[in-house]
Design a binder for this molecule. Structure first.
Ligand SMILES: Nc1ncnc2c1ncn2[C@@H]1O[C@H](COP(=O)(O)OP(=O)(O)OP(=O)(O)O)[C@@H](O)[C@H]1O
Ligand SMILES: [Mg+2]
Length: 299
């Protein structure tokens, strides 16, 4: 499948001022994001995740390197303002703070806002807004006031806004960070559905290892560079590398790692409690089978 985003050697610095030196936030970042994929981006504070996100949705342009969005090279010397505007339509972003993203007082007006800016005819906006609200499970809130919503509901409205704009790729920059566990689950379910059912490419920046474990791929950033890049199974299969970069791994991986040190053969990549418990029970059965001398399990 074609990449929706291709980055080659991207670098970006924030200019300093009288009080601060320039900060080199990204140093030679390269990757391809296939259309329809679900990638989690991990990394400790200041590792460059949000800076990367802002380059990918063209809020900022890189100092050097090349960037393609949906096949257009927006860093090409002959790329016009118009090329960048077109490319911006394909990539949207949902931020951390639900309150900063709501612009209208009524839910459906908020969802329609981006489409209105694109100059889409009113009848089509109506259809898109209804479909987007249904997709995030917020249809019955269409005429409600936005300020009364919970944090999770506000994030769902923000996501509906990006769905209504038919974005091909949505970047979620810690969009669940300010939510309670229930709000977080609701929003994660919607994000997974958006990817699975509508084929939207998802880039999920998160500090929650369990959210990252649900992705197809994990990119780990460290000091403005890509530190690890692979499936959750590959990335969390190297817990020592994650700890060395000051990062966590899912609790089930940490438990499996410690059990392995105690001689129990449990895989590191089972991320839910149920399958982890199953694997531990199986490893215990195998071990007691061996120590009984028969080497067989069950009968
Ligand atoms: N507007 C800015 N001006 C100057 N420096 C900045 C600015 N935004 C970020 N930085 C610096 O750039 C580096 C990368 O920051 P960035 O926000 O991309 O990290 P992050 O991985 O998103 O961190 P976090 O997990 O805290 O959100 C950091 O050293 C940060 O201090
Ligand atoms: Mg950030």
């Amino acid at each position: 499948m074609n990449p929706i985003i291709k980055a080659e050697n991207l670098s970006f610095s924030y200019p300093g001022d009288e009080e601060s030196k320039p900060v080199k936030a990204l140093r030679g970042v390269s990757f391809e994001i296939p259309e329809g994929s679900f990638t989690a981006i991990l990394g400790h504070n200041g590792s460059g995740k949000s800076t990367l996100a802002k380059l990918l949705c063209m809020v900022n342009l890189p100092d050097s390197g090349r960037l393609w969005v949906a096949g257009r090279e927006i860093t090409a010397p002959d790329a016009t303002e118009r090329d960048i505007l077109e490319a911006r339509r394909d990539v949207g972003m949902v931020f951390q703070n639900p309150d900063n993203q709501i612009v209208a007082t009524i839910v459906e007006e908020d969802v329609a806002f981006g489409c209105e800016n694109l100059g889409i005819p009113p009848a089509e906006i109506r259809e898109r807004v209804d479909a987007a609200l249904a997709a995030v499970g917020m249809s019955e809130y269409a005429r409600k006031q936005t300020y009364n919503l919970s944090g999770g509901q506000k994030q769902r409205v923000a996501i509906a806004g990006t769905i209504a704009m038919n974005r091909r790729c949505v970047i979620f920059d810690e969009s669940t960070a300010m939510l309670d566990p229930m709000g977080r689950r609701e929003v994660m379910d919607i994000i997974a559905k958006l990817n699975r059912e509508q084929g939207v490419t998802v880039l999920l920046i998160t500090h929650h290892m369990n959210e990252a474990a649900a992705a197809d791929r994990i990119i780990v950033m460290n000091q403005g560079q890509i530190y690890l890049d692979g499936s959750p199974r590959e990335v969390f299969g190297k817990p020592a590398a994650m700890w060395a970069a000051g990062l966590d791994v899912p609790q089930t991986t940490e438990l499996a790692y410690k059990l392995r040190q105690k001689g129990l053969d449990v895989p590191l990549y089972l991320f839910d409690a149920e399958s982890c418990a199953e694997a531990v029970a199986e490893a215990v059965r195998r071990r007691s089978g061996k120590s009984a001398g028969g080497g067989k399990t069950g009968s």
